[in-house]
Design a binder for this molecule. Structure first.
Ligand SMILES: Cc1cc2nc3c(=O)[nH]c(=O)nc-3n(C[C@H](O)[C@H](O)[C@H](O)COP(=O)(O)OP(=O)(O)OC[C@H]3O[C@@H](n4cnc5c(N)ncnc54)[C@H](O)[C@@H]3O)c2cc1C
Length: 439
């Protein structure tokens, strides 16, 4: 039982995924017999693979089970912004929860998450097509171009000095479009998410993890040991980790019911732009960027000259809603980059990100089940944070106690109202944000 139409969880949304053309497909065998391990991980995205890698290199007998194949979910289809984020919680809400120390700890966690991925790529010599010096926030209206207050907040939160840009600075920087000023935070970089995911998979397997594809877990029961099953086989593990994020079910395990809100996000990628086309638009930079809208757009020029442009997805997954979203994303892209109206859009795909009611990721043990763990809820920013939380949940599983994560990340997310119809909560939220975004 999942909140969207079944087609949202199938292959349709990624039929035309660009990343899939850049790396050979990687698959692992399915589970073909009953299985016993120390730790069973459900879901082979960044969270599950990172947890598996860290457990395996600590000598733990760990197995990962994915309903489809590694990085089938958001991890293999995101925009590749390895950046700050993971939650939407404000500093004032963090301060209420645990004082200034909580603010510092949470912001330091975001920073460490980005460093964690960089370190992994360096340690394993991974060529993941990395580019961009931090990321640039671009004002979509003149009113939004006043970034002074936000710049101070970034300095306080992350201890770095952002750079402010006027409209003409942006033009000189090769960031030309319908933008009225900007702010660059010197943290983060762009990467090819599938190249990164395959490197994580390989590292986990080399460290001794077993990874099974086409092995959907349909039942999980905590107890002295955790009992899991696929439709054909039983798995017994000392502990288990739920790493299914936006692709989670409301019943596997029952505890997940309505504690997560999957939200669709969509991406297009153009054919490679020639130098003249880049000059004509004034966008020649490979800096990754996003705009000041609440319903934001995120975009970057890929190393081969293609342009990636992403935004929110639809509220349903039907042929008609997909047509509407495709038309909308194309329309927004053309309005923001009018000189590229003639450029063919060769790739379109969509996927599910995951929100929860604490507005921060959850990493911890499920109540009344001290050997069943979960990590989810990266609010559309999980390249860095999911990888980091995978390691954090692995450490928790090893030590059987909660670690030094910020309090907000250890709070059990409450259930959303409306149960399995909760995606309808997004309708009024999107309408309000669309209005706010007008100025
Ligand atoms: C279009 C899009 C663009 C995005 N862009 C960015 C970006 O630029 N930067 C950024 O930081 N973040 C981005 N994100 C978010 C980021 O990709 C996710 O936060 C992150 O990948 C989550 O990783 P995960 O491992 O927790 O979950 P996922 O990668 O979604 O993996 C969950 C896995 O669980 C499996 N699964 C589900 N149920 C079961 C079951 N019962 N049994 C077995 N397996 C199961 C699924 O098959 C899936 O492979 C984007 C997401 C989308 C969809």
């Amino acid at each position: 039982m999942r909140p969207y139409e079944e087609a949202a969880y199938g292959f349709g949304p990624i039929e035309n995924l660009w990343w899939g053309r850049t790396v050979p497909p990687t698959n692992t065998p399915p589970l073909t017999q009953d299985h016993t391990c120390d730790v069973a991980i459900v879901g082979a995205g960044f969270t599950g693979l990172s947890a598996a890698y860290h457990l395996a290199r600590n000598g733990v007998n760990v197995s990962v089970f994915d309903a489809q194949y590694p990085a089938f979910g958001a991890s293999g289809r995101n925009g590749g912004f390895c950046c700050l984020g993971g939650g939407l919680i404000s500093n004032s809400a963090l301060e209420k929860l645990g004082g200034k120390e909580e603010v510092q700890r949470y912001r330091a966690t975001e920073l460490q998450a980005v460093g964690h991925v960089r370190q992994f790529l360096d340690d394993h010599n991974v060529d993941a097509d990395v580019h961009s010096q931090g990321e640039t926030l671009l004002a979509h209206t003149p009113r939004r171009a006043n970034f002074e207050g936000y710049a101070r907040e970034i300095e306080e939160s992350y201890g770095v000095s952002p750079t402010l840009h006027s409209k003409s600075d942006l033009e000189h920087m090769g960031l030309g479009g319908r933008f009225f000023g900007g702010l660059t935070t010197p943290i983060g970089f762009g990467l090819n998410p599938q190249k990164y995911a395959w490197a994580l998979l390989q590292a986990a397997q080399e460290a001794g993890a077993c990874v099974f594809s086409n092995s959907a877990i349909v039942y999980i029961q905590a107890g002295p040991s955790v009992r899991l099953s696929t439709s054909a086989h039983q798995i017994t593990a000392k502990s288990a980790i739920i790493a299914t994020n936006g692709y989670s079910s409301d019943v596997v395990p029952q505890w997940m019911r309505a504690r997560f809100l999957p939200v669709q996000s969509s991406v297009i990628v153009t054919r490679p732009l020639s130098e003249q086309e880049q000059q004509a638009q004034g966008w020649t930079s490979d800096q990754m960027a996003y705009d000041t809208r609440q319903l934001l757009h995120y975009f970057r020029k890929l190393p081969d000259g293609r342009f990636l442009f992403g935004m929110r997805g639809g509220l349903q997954f039907t042929a008609a809603s997909e047509r509407r979203i495709r038309a909308k994303i194309k329309d927004d892209f053309h309005r923001m980059f009018p000189s590229w109206r003639h450029v063919e859009i060769e790739h379109y795909w969509s996927g599910l990100v995951c929100f929860n009611r604490t507005l921060a990721p959850f990493v911890g043990a499920l109540p009344k089940a001290n050997n069943l763990y979960a990590a989810f809820g990266y609010h559309g920013n999980g390249v860095a944070m999911a990888s980091y939380c995978g390691r954090a949940i692995a450490e928790m599983t090893l030590c059987h106690h909660s670690n030094s994560l910020p309090k907000v990340m250890q709070r059990i997310p409450r259930q959303y109202p409306l149960g399995r119809f909760r995606r309808n909560l997004l309708r009024p939220a999107y309408a309000a944000m669309t209005l706010t975004d007008l100025w």
